[in-house]
Design a protein around this ligand. Sequence first.
Ligand SMILES: Cc1cc2nc3c(=O)[nH]c(=O)nc-3n(C[C@H](O)[C@H](O)[C@H](O)COP(=O)(O)O)c2cc1C
Length: 183
Amino acid sequence: MFRLGIFFGSTYGNTRDAAFEIAEEMRKHIAGEIWLHDVADRGLQRLGECDALLLGVSTWNIGELQDDWARCLEELGKVSLKGKRVALFGVGDQSSYPDSFQDALAILAQAVREAGGELVGFTSTDGYFHSQSLAVENGQFVGLALDYDNQPELSTPRIQAWVKQLLEEMALPQLARLEGGLA
Ligand SMILES: Cc1cc2nc3c(=O)[nH]c(=O)nc-3n(C[C@H](O)[C@H](O)[C@H](O)COP(=O)(O)O)c2cc1C
């Protein structure tokens, strides 16, 4: 059975909330298992058993990885992600940290590439007001950028649009739809 792994690190719970909402949204669409893991609990154990991965991280300390991710970044370097599609979601604060908004996404993106993973799920920077971010490549964020401090009302629509985008880009097995009504 297809298995989607969602691994996240979260200090005050925002990235955790995003991970749970993304999982819930995914469950409406995909056939297969969804595993949710807080990297604070068991690190990246069982990551290798997943067919596709979503990695969620918040940015802390001016452009740094969230603490639990910082502790297991080395582990990521030891896993082979060859042939795996990986999408990143980040949580940050573009008002208080406009020059390092979502920088942790860039750190994870580099680690995923070094491990041989294929990054998908890039998103537009339209609608954000930060001034600088290492997470922007060719005018796009290297994943989904959420900001619960300044744009909480945009999180759900951003998540919904991103999940739809990933169904295609990750070639996720979709639930069969029932057409028409009951006979
Ligand atoms: C001391 C401190 C440093 C932060 N540094 C950044 C930063 O450099 N870039 C950014 O986008 N957000 C930064 N943030 C904002 C957090 O990423 C944001 O509050 C996020 O929602 C926390 O998510 P979490 O609860 O899942 O860890 C910082 C917050 C604090 C308190």
